[in-house]
Each structure stands twice: as structure tokens, then as C-alpha cells.
Design a protein around this ligand. Structure first.
Ligand code: DON
Length: 337
């Protein structure tokens, strides 16, 4: 179970705006310093190449809705996007096929089971339940309308790049390593097909999904991608609209209930933000209307979430006043700054 372990954090209430830039810089550096020596958790190796990550790497970035970056540590270290891709591909699918179709075909409720659970599918008549578990993500990717798997991949790559504000590229080694070991995902896709939940070829669907997971990103990229969801679907760095504002809203709602897998409830209780994690150690946590935190540290807890990333986000949600549920009485509000 995720344990927050915060010491002497000044708790700010959510106010609608971030503190001034210099204070945000300080608080990001402070959060990084506090958890940089936290060695709890283990690096994932069920995808063999992930086991080669440097356990001490730790980057923390916040990009606000003005497009300003506040950063500390290894924010330019490349790692694979993994499950963080699910959040943004869900948004791309919603943009193309609409709120109702995704809801009907994939669902938006937590399974309460691990991200690669086959039992969850069987228990729910083949419904993946939500787009943030592997089954739901494979189904979501396959729902993006395109004439071929290659054309679908082009849409995913262009869309994820628009979220990041730069052209993303595959980490070929990760793609290769995951492609030769993803037997369980292939089984999940075959099962989805048997339940009539996958109209596309199962192996091709897993392949596009594996590619989206293998894109190389940085903690800075995660913060920009998240800030786009925080900014009503407009990338605050490039100024380009990536998805509609209601799609950004729907995506954040799904992340709040399912983004941190079976520990999403604990995450919301401690941090109070929609977020998504990946097994390579990335986390993006989004504060609507304010910005997003991108964290990278590859040591994970048992659910597959970065330990330092979670603790740093818990710290920042308090020190920056990001928790969506935190308010104080009008008479007791402090001046920010
Ligand atoms: O399909 C997989 O297992 C990986 N490509 C992604 C899993 C993942 O990141 C789950 N995260 N916590």
C-alpha cells in the first residue's frame, strides 16, 4: 500500500491559482530534495529492458497553464511512456468517436484489480471496465477510426506528439523487448475479441498499443502533456488545441477514478488530483486550470506506481495547494506568496 510519509509540510488550500513563479520553483526543488534519497520500491523488469533503468534517476517538473516550466533533477532523462499513454490516447479516441461511444464500449469504473488482470475481464462479461487497464487501453486504441493499423498508429503518434509539443519517437529497444514478451496482452486482446469487444485484428491492436507504450519521453514532456489537459485541451507551450475542452474534462474524470489502478482511491485521498502512472516510473498529475506535474523515478510500489513520484506529488499537492478537495473558510484564507 502507498504510504505518503510527509513531514512538516505547510498545507495550502486550493485557490484557483498557483503561487508566484519563484515560490513554485522553490517548492519543486524542495519536493525533489526531500525524496531524492528515498530508496523504497523496485524497478519493473517484467518487460526485460525496463530492468536496466537507473534506480536513482529522479526528475520533477511542473508546467503551468502559462507554459512556464518549474523543474528539478533528471527532467530530461528519457524513459518509455508506458501506461501514461493510455490517458492521452483515451482523449484522442474521445475526440474522434465521442464521449458516449467510449463510455459504452470501454466503461469508466475501476476494476479493483491489477492493470493486466485477465480475471477482471472474465468477471465483467468481457467489459474492460475502463480505458486505463491494459484491456481497456487496447480496446480504446483500436476504436480510433482509421483505414489500417499503420494509419491508426500515425494518428496516435501525431496526437501524443501534439500533447507533448514536440515530435515523439519510439524507443526501438523498448518496443522490441515488449513485443517479444507481451503474451499476456495478446491473450487479453484475443479475449476481448471473443467477447465482441474488439473489431480490429487483435495482434495489430496490441502492436499499436505496444508502440504507444514505447514512446520515449521525459518528466518535462509529461508535465507539458498534462498541462494540455489542465488547460482545456490547448497545449500551453505551443498554443495548439489538441482536444476539445469537454474531452479534457472527461479524461480527467476517468483518471481520478482509475489512473492509479487499484490504488486510485488512496491516491485521491492523499493527493486529490487526477493522475496517470506507468511501469517505467512516470507519473503525470493534473491540476485543472493550473498546470501539471510530471515525475520520473523508476522504483515502483506493488501496484506499479513510482514511489518517489507519488510522495513528491503528495508533497506538492499540499505545498502548492493543488488538492481539488481542499478548501478553507472564506474568512480564514491566507494571502498567497
Ligand atoms: O502493457 C503493459 O504491461 C505495459 N506496456 C504498460 C503497463 C503499465 O505501464 C502499467 N503501469 N503501471
Amino acid at each position: 500500500m502507498f504510504e505518503v510519509r510527509l513531514d512538516d509540510v505547510h498545507q495550502r488550500a486550493a485557490t484557483g491559482v498557483l503561487p508566484p513563479d519563484l515560490l513554485v520553483d522553490d517548492l519543486i526543488r524542495d519536493a525533489h530534495r526531500r525524496y531524492a534519497t528515498d530508496d523504497e520500491g523496485v524497478v519493473a523488469d517484467y518487460i526485460p529492458i525496463l530492468g536496466r533503468a537507473e534506480p536513482s534517476d529522479f526528475g520533477l517538473a511542473l508546467v503551468d497553464v502559462a507554459g512556464h516550466a518549474h523543474e528539478a533533477g533528471d527532467v530530461q532523462r528519457r524513459f518509455s511512456l508506458q501506461s501514461v499513454s493510455k490517458a492521452f490516447v483515451f482523449a484522442l479516441a474521445c475526440e474522434r468517436i465521442g464521449h458516449a461511444a467510449v463510455h459504452a464500449n470501454v466503461g469508466v469504473n475501476n476494476t479493483g484489480l491489477p492493470f493486466n488482470s485477465v480475471i477482471a475481464l472474465e468477471l465483467n462479461d468481457g467489459s474492460p471496465m475502463n480505458p486505463m487497464v491494459n484491456a481497456g487501453a487496447i480496446a480504446t486504441t483500436a476504436m480510433i477510426p482509421a483505414g489500417s493499423a499503420e494509419a491508426r498508429w500515425d494518428i496516435v503518434l501525431d496526437g501524443l506528439s501534439a500533447f507533448a509539443g514536440r515530435e515523439l519517437a519510439l524507443d526501438e529497444e523498448v518496443y522490441e523487448s515488449e513485443s517479444v514478451t507481451n503474451h499476456r496482452n495478446r491473450a487479453i486482446a484475443a479475449l476481448l475479441q471473443s467477447y465482441g469487444r474488439l473489431d480490429e485484428d487483435p495482434l495489430e491492436s496490441v502492436d499499436v498499443y505496444t508502440r504507444q507504450c514505447s514512446l520515449a519521453v521525459t518528466a518535462h514532456d509529461l508535465a507539458v502533456m498534462g498541462a494540455t489537459l489542465a488547460d482545456g485541451g490547448v497545449n500551453p507551450v505551443t498554443g495548439h488545441r489538441v482536444v476539445a475542452a469537454d474531452v479534457a474534462r472527461d479524461t480527467l474524470a476517468v483518471l481520478a477514478t482509475t489512473g492509479m489502478y487499484e490504488t486510485s482511491g488512496e491516491w485521491l485521498y492523499e493527493i486529490g488530483l487526477p493522475a496517470k502512472s506507468g511501469v517505467s516510473g512516470g507519473i503525470v498529475a493534473i491540476a485543472p486550470g493550473k498546470g501539471a506535474v510530471g515525475a520520473y523515478s523508476p522504483r515502483l510500489d506493488a501496484a506499479g506506481n513510482s514511489v518517489r513520484g507519488q510522495r513528491a506529488c503528495a508533497h506538492l499537492s499540499r505545498s502548492l495547494g493543488l488538492n481539488l478537495f481542499a478548501s478553507v473558510a472564506r474568512d480564514e484564507r491566507e494571502e498567497i506568496g
